[in-house]
Design a protein around this ligand. Structure first.
Ligand SMILES: [Zn+2]
Length: 464
């Protein structure tokens, strides 16, 4: 019989807190290896005894760390992995061949929900508890509610969910042969829809389960130049953040130089799109001046090393921005440009790619954990998330070190990043077990697999 609503995680081999400096590695030998969770929060960390009826999770031979915070995704792309026409293309060719060409298939509610569910299941099983989904699939007269679809799916799975409400207010010149599902909205339609989503879903405070962000797809090609300032003003009037893609490829730099006579960061700065309430995906191509500006203004980066690698876009100066005092977070980006939409995989890649290019001191395993947890929470403005300490949200991962690849380690704390490919046994979000003994409670995984296969089969037939 259960008489307590709290939960005790006991005998952790190590606790990574996400906190800065020495506080990052909680010394379990000195301070205890148990964590109690109650009412959605971390109640205590130390040496703790079970209460009568309390659920106890044995974490011996396991690490405990904060849930990953993924600050940039396109969940609808979870059914668009490995499309041959785009597999060896760079960003522009890939955009036309994959997300733009396949948007026509996302014209009903069920397919959007299926894709979102699949993407979120991948994330949960890789220890991610917060996702910012850059959902840009909106068009005038669309026959279903794309915002409700993704929020509902997130709620059913128990994830903390940020809707970055994307879209476009002009016809993008870079889209070749666009289908009707790529038609732009007017600025008024965009504003009306964002405000409606804010009223329906947005929560303030340090540990929101739902947030809405204003997020036109790119500031360079998705909106008219004179729309940028009103968009920034409107977001600030509503008290929400701003997000977009920027400087993913050299094309952004060339375009801004040729058309606007400045760098991309200068361009967005002219229109009010810099600040602690703004973050951008990618930021691969930055000058030292731009890095300084981003750091000084507190503008965040969603670092997506796997997508950048997959599309051949380059290696973003994430450690450089971090060392300049800037805000850096980690993200998988959409699965159409990252077939490993897995946060442990992303962390492993981040650690590797910077060291490959810049040497072994470019980025430590602890820094990668911090970027991927507390760094993400900071970028999203969620102060009560992303670190393990009493009073913080109980968003955490129990990571067994039970694979042969994790045996023989002299420092188990490097395992989540250095060994890669980890599988949590338990994941908690807001104190709720969203992964329990390696499985998602209530989810029919076989059914999800079959539904995904059928959706892919249908698309392949239609595109043949
Ligand atoms: Zn993206």
């Amino acid at each position: 019989m259960t008489t307590s609503t709290s939960l005790l995680i006991r005998h952790a081999q190590g606790i990574l807190t996400g906190l800065p400096g020495d506080a990052m590695r909680h010394d379990v030998a000195v301070h205890g290896a148990d964590i109690r969770v109650a009412d959605g929060l971390i109640e205590a960390i130390g040496t703790l005894e079970p209460r009568p009826g309390e659920r106890v999770i044995d974490a011996s031979r396991s690490l405990v760390m904060p849930g990953w915070v993924n600050t940039h995704h396109h969940l609808f792309q979870s059914l668009l992995k490995g499309i041959p026409a785009g597999i060896d293309e760079g960003l522009m060719g890939w955009l036309s061949a994959v997300p733009v060409a396949y948007r026509r298939h996302f014209d009903h509610d069920e397919v959007m929900r299926l894709a979102a569910r699949l993407g979120m299941v991948e994330l949960l099983l890789s220890g991610c508890t917060t996702v910012a989904d850059h959902q840009y699939h909106y068009y005038p007269g669309m026959p279903f509610d794309a915002s409700a679809a993704v929020f509902d799916e997130a709620e059913a799975l128990g994830l903390r969910f940020v809707l970055c409400r994307g879209g476009q207010t002009i016809v993008r010149t870079i889209d070749v042969n666009p289908p009707p599902q790529v038609r732009p909205e007017t600025l008024e339609q965009f504003f009306t829809s964002v405000e409606r989503d804010v009223h329906r879903y947005h929560q303030a405070g340090p540990r929101p389960m739902r947030q809405v962000v204003s997020a036109p797809t790119t500031p360079t090609w998705s909106v008219a130049v004179d729309h940028l300032k009103p968009m920034a003003q409107e977001a600030r009037r509503l008290g929400i953040r701003l997000h977009s893609h920027l400087s993913e490829t050299q094309d952004y730099v060339t375009f801004c130089r040729e058309v606007h006579g400045c760098s991309p960061v200068e361009f967005v700065g002219r229109h009010g799109w810099l600040g602690e309430d703004v973050w951008y995906a990618h930021l691969v191509h930055l000058t030292p001046d731009e890095i300084r500006t981003l750091a000084e203004t507190g503008t965040g980066m969603a670092h997506c090393p796997q997508s950048n690698g997959r599309l051949g876009s380059g290696v973003a100066p994430a450690p450089e921005l971090m060392r300049a005092g800037g805000r850096v977070s980690l993200a998988v980006d959409g699965a159409a440009s990252n077939e490993a939409a897995d946060m442990f995989h992303e962390a492993h890649t981040a650690w590797m790619v910077h060291r490959a290019v810049k040497g072994p001191r470019a980025l430590s395993t602890d820094e990668v954990i911090r970027i991927g947890t507390a760094g993400g929470a900071q970028v999203l403005g969620m102060d009560g998330v992303g670190t393990l300490a009493p009073g913080q949200a109980a968003d955490l991962v129990v990571l067994p070190l039970n694979e042969p690849r994790q045996w023989g380690l002299h420092d188990p704390a490097v395992a989540p990043v250095a060994c890669g490919a980890a599988r949590p046994s338990h994941v908690l979000c807001a104190g709720r077990l969203v992964v329990d003994d390696g499985a998602i409670p209530g989810l029919d995984l076989e059914r999800l697999h079959a539904d995904a296969d059928e959706a892919v089969h249908h698309m392949r037939r239609a595109m043949a």
